[in-house]
Design a protein around this ligand. Structure first.
Ligand code: PEP
Length: 254
């Protein structure tokens, strides 16, 4: 059975007090299970403290980004070593907000993925098309191009990687992809990965869906064969909705 993940991307939200409050409430209400790994991705400034707060719990810690050098004169950047030092397991790479506002292209995404792998961090690599690209019939071309960075990664490292399909038009808009539309792209992603590596690698790869995931739509999405969990933004900021998403995600054994 491949790994299944529900990850909460807090984006640029929460002070330390607010973040600790959320994590304490999550810990109190979270019931670990064998199907889904639960991960929270707070802002950098909260990582050390939240790591301490999560000690002894089954909830994992992730970061939202990293820089690809270990250290040096890179004002304002955070290295993979620093994330390891803070107790981080997962790191989101190539989120569409990073691609849009910080001009991250495939070269940068690949460097970041390699840097994460070098230090034992698990990358969650985001891919997804804009509305304009979908309407132009280019959604699969765009996603295939974003996935082409995997050619720069060794087959052994694929065990550490998850992909998140996040159609840009569904992020933070309340407009979720239908389960059928999402499944079509997830299947395409798995086929593309099988073409780059092989069928086993593709079958073991967790592919998460992201884009306005809520407690009331997560079951239908995760019931699809190739949707192995969710990357959740807005609905991960409140304890009740994030716990409900974890609870409502389908428990299909594949
Ligand atoms: C995200 O942050 O990756 C995301 C999918 O956000 P939202 O759930 O708010 O659409």
């Amino acid at each position: 059975m491949r790994k299944r993940i529900i990850a909460g991307n807090w984006k640029m939200h929460k002070t330390l007090v607010e973040g600790l409050e959320l994590v304490e409430a999550l810990k109190a209400g979270y019931i670990p299970d064998d199907y889904y790994e639960a991960v929270v991705h707070p802002p950098f400034t909260l990582l050390h403290e939240i790591s301490k707060a999560l000690e002894g719990s089954d909830i994992k810690l992730g970061a939202q980004n990293l820089f690809y050098e270990d250290e040096g004169a890179y004002t304002g950047e955070i290295s993979p070593l620093m994330l390891k030092d803070a107790g981080v397991d997962y790191v989101i790479i190539g989120h569409s907000e990073r691609r849009k506002y910080f001009h991250e292209d495939n070269d940068i995404v690949l460097k970041k993925v390699r840097a994460a792998l070098r230090h034992g961090l698990k990358p969650i690599i985001c891919v997804g098309e804009t509305l304009e690209q979908r309407e132009a019939g280019k959604a699969k071309d765009v996603v295939a191009d974003q996935l082409s960075i995997l050619r720069g990664i060794s087959i052994g490292d694929m065990e550490e990687i998850a992909i998140a399909y996040e159609p840009v038009w569904a992020i933070g808009t309340g407009r979720t992809a239908t389960p059928e539309l999402a499944e079509e792209m997830h299947k395409f992603i798995r086929e593309t990965v099988a073409g780059i590596f092989n069928r086993d690698v593709a079958n073991n790869l967790p592919i998460l869906y992201g884009g306005s995931v809520k407690p009331n739509n997560v079951f239908d999405l995760t019931s699809e064969e190739d949707i192995d969990g969710a990357l959740v933004g807005g609905a991960s900021l409140k304890v009740d909705s994030f716990l409900s998403i974890i609870k409502n995600a389908a428990r299909n054994i594949i």
